[in-house]
Design a protein around this ligand. Structure first.
Ligand code: ZN
Length: 229
């Protein structure tokens, strides 16, 4: 990993290192500290820098984007190249089996990044909701624990959360980026909280019973968000 470190001298007692939201590495150093000690300090923080820089860079990829021709969007574990087409109706068409999967985004003549984002967001949300309805019905029927309500919203740190008392499950909008196998795991996980509210042995036995390969599926989710409270 390549990165530059900005060193600033300040009236402080100890050396401080931080990473900005834009992914800049900044070190503040008290006056009079020899440069060799500064480089030693930076070197000792190398692992920490790389780990956190990666997190920040991954985060910026999730920030609102412009969605222009050639941009990449991730849907159900596949990377699609976006192609904008001016059209009277707004919709999306996916070609997942092309050598390079293609997403056609039909937008009105007068559109900006905001318009494109809303069209995409609504379409992806609808797609995710119908998929989740289907999966909750499947695993709810299988386990005997059908949720009463299934919702989708954007969440920072959770893949899903289950209100056990009301049998209501909320899923993270960003699940739409993950492969189907991983989404299935999150659905079964949340459903399993109805009989087992916490992550005790009984819980994992229950999950394993209906999905013996849940560990591999969980790995597909990546590390960015937790799968559940
Ligand atoms: Zn859980």
């Amino acid at each position: 990993m390549e990165y530059a470190v900005q060193v600033t001298k300040k009236k402080i007692k100890n050396m401080i290192i931080r990473i900005t939201r834009e992914g800049e590495v900044k070190v503040s150093v008290p006056y009079g500290v020899p440069s060799a000690r500064v480089s030693d300090f930076i070197k000792s923080k190398e692992q920490w820098i790389e780990r956190n820089l990666e997190k920040v860079l991954r985060g910026t990829q999730n920030r609102p984007r412009d969605f222009e021709n050639g941009d990449r969007i991730r849907i159900l574990g596949k990377n699609y190249r976006l192609q904008i087409i001016i059209s009277r109706d707004s919709r999306i068409e996916l070609f997942p089996d092309e050598e390079e999967p293609l997403a056609l985004l039909y937008v009105p003549m007068y559109n900006d990044a905001g318009t494109r984002r809303v069209i995409l967001y609504n379409w992806l949300k609808d797609k995710l909701i119908s998929l989740l309805y289907e999966l909750n019905k499947k695993y709810g029927t299988l386990t005997g624990y059908l949720p009463r309500e299934v919702r989708v919203r954007e969440m920072k740190s959770l893949w899903g959360s289950c209100n056990v008392r009301e049998r209501k499950i909320t899923y993270n909008f960003h699940l739409i980026e993950k492969p189907l196998e991983a989404i299935e795991y999150v659905v079964l996980h949340e459903i399993s909280h109805m009989p087992y509210p916490d992550h005790q042995t009984g819980f994992w036995e229950f999950v394993s019973k209906y999905m013996p390969d849940w560990r591999a599926r969980k790995r597909l989710l990546g590390e960015e968000r937790r799968e559940t409270p």
